[in-house]
Design a protein around this ligand. Structure first.
Ligand code: GLC
Ligand code: CA
Length: 511
């Protein structure tokens, strides 16, 4: 594992909505460079940037048309290199978003592959051998494109209709048109992805968040062939770029970590029960106290057991695909949620704006293939100047939260009781206590009902975390002794041989 990852705390930047430096209403790379100070001041020392490459933006850039070039609307490759350099000077790291599963229909490879004449790219995507035959019923396929050219075949899709699937073959080819995972056309796709990684890593990038990482090989029962493929990529990185990290959008660490990913996300889809925390009908972290964290904890323990504690399980505050964490939680509840997120193992990931409680904008018009996700992608609210300090322009590419009481970073930085100040404090506490670090162990003590109690530990350090989001105080029948190093609300206290855990509180006890 790259050394820097052991202490990494990530901040996800959605480039188009972060900071616009040239007034065109779209965030840009220089805008990110300008705000590294802000991110570092919060306590984050690593960034994940959503795709910033040439694209027609039918899916916000997850439809890449040139893997080797920064989208002109964000700047140039030199700007990105300058961002890497500046970040490294500040002892920070930057990972890019790698989309290996599909490209945009505008990608030159795809245009070549559409031609009826056989050429170098005919096998780069997954085409059936007749336009009347699609990819229905194939595991990992989201439909097919047909009748778009004179090539007699349908091209299988991964996500939107503008995102044809690159060809990594089939675990068990049953039709002539299905490539074997070792076929020359699959091998050339794999080698090209390595080249893309080399290109950016060589420029100073520190790794990748990998989009839809579990979806590469089709008809792949239990992901065996996809895991093998990722082991190959990891082997390549270990050899050529041992300091580079890869984290998967997979949502199942028992598979992804075996594939060689250094880390995987728990996500709003998949088997992890992540939604039970903050986003289901009755989130655990709500004061109403109707939530359940037991299934989440059981799944989590299962992942830890199956991976032997190796590799990281990352629990993000949110991301560009789901409603913001503030959607169902008020400010006090958010503080408790962050006390949990920032005391769990694995590298924390804070989605831009979550540190100030930016809101999910319900029902706003879709922008660039966002649909309901658009509500979590609005411009960062920096201050109280024009466009909340996001842009000097007159027309923003996406709507700003226009409520008069919208949260704002500069105000929260002045206020020691703000959400942002709490997040910053929590990061400081995490950094000061080895038991709370990314790689320290965890043991769950109580996860039925409220409160939720766990212990983080190393050989020499140990911190108990006691969280009670419920509005009512709760009792447990034992006492956890030690030094209270942090609390929100009134700290838990001993009484009559047990412990009282006040409503809406969190206590860290060092022992
Ligand atoms: C991932 C991305 C999402 C994108 C999809 C297709 O889920 O996070 O934003 O739309 O992949 O690339
Ligand atoms: Ca701009």
């Amino acid at each position: 594992m790259p050394k820097w990852l052991e202490n990494a705390i990530f901040y996800e930047v959605y480039p188009q909505s972060f900071n616009d430096t040239n007034g065109d209403g779209i965030g840009d790379i220089n805008g990110i460079t300008e705000k590294l100070d802000y991110i570092k001041e919060l306590g984050c020392n690593a960034l994940w940037l959503n795709p910033c490459f040439v694209s027609p933006f039918n899916d916000a850039g997850y439809d890449v048309a040139d893997y080797y070039k920064v989208a002109p609307r964000y700047g140039t490759n030199e700007d990105l290199k300058a961002l890497f350099d500046k970040a490294h000077e500040m002892d920070m790291h930057i990972i890019l978003d790698l989309v290996p599963g599909h490209t945009s229909v505008e990608h030159p490879w795809f245009k070549e592959s559409m031609k009826p004449e056989k050429n170098e790219y005919s096998g780069r995507y997954i085409w059936t051998d007749s336009v009347w035959k699609g990819g229905e019923g194939i595991q990992g396929v989201g439909g097919s494109l047909r009748g778009i050219s004179d090539r007699d075949g349908s091209c299988l899709l991964n996500f939107f209709s503008s995102q044809p699937a690159l060809n990594y073959g089939f675990a068990n080819p049953t039709e002539k048109w299905m490539s074997d995972v070792n076929s020359p056309e699959v091998r050339s796709t794999v080698e090209e992805i390595k080249n893309i990684m080399r290109f950016w890593l060589g420029m100073g990038c520190d790794g990748f968040r990998v989009d839809m990482a579990g979806s590469l090989v089709k008809n792949d029962d239990c992901a065996r062939a996809t895991i093998k493929l990722w082991q190959e990529f990891r082997g390549f990185l270990d050899e050529e770029y041992p300091e580079a990290m890869i984290i998967s959008e997979w949502g199942d660490p028992s598979l992804s970590l075996e594939g060689g990913f250094h880390a995987d996300f728990l996500l709003h889809f998949g088997p992890s029960h992540y939604n039970d925390l903050f986003r289901c009908e009755h989130p655990y972290f709500s004061h109403e106290g109707e939530g359940d964290i037991s299934e989440f904890t059981r799944a989590y323990m299962g992942y830890r057991a199956s991976t032997g504690g190796k590799g990281m399980i990352c629990i993000p505050s949110g991301n560009h695909d789901m409603a913001r964490i503030s959607h169902k939680l008020n400010e006090d509840e958010l503080k408790l949620a962050f006390a949990f997120l920032l005391s769990m193992p694995g590298a924390p990931f804070i989605y831009y704006g979550d540190e100030i409680g930016m809101r999910y904008l319900d029902g706003i018009t879709s922008v660039e293939g966002g649909y309901e996700r658009t509500g979590s992608r609005s411009p960062m609210q920096w201050d109280e100047s024009k466009n909340a300090g996001f842009s000097d322009g007159d027309k923003l590419y996406i709507r700003l939260d226009d409520s008069s009481d919208r949260p704002c970073a500069s105000k929260q930085m002045q206020d020691e009781n703000s959400l942002r100040s709490e997040v910053k404090r929590l990061i400081e506490i995490r950094n000061q206590n080895p038991a709370l670090s990314n790689t320290a162990d965890i043991e769950f003590i109580k996860y039925d009902g409220y409160p939720f109690i766990y212990r983080r530990f190393t050989d020499t350090d140990s911190v108990y975390v006691i969280i009670n989001p419920h509005a009512d105080k709760k009792r447990v029948s034992y006492i956890i002794e030690g030094e209270v190093i942090y609390s929100q609300g009134k700290a838990a206290y001993a009484e009559n041989g047990g412990m009282v855990v006040p409503g809406g509180s969190v206590t860290y006890i060092k022992r």
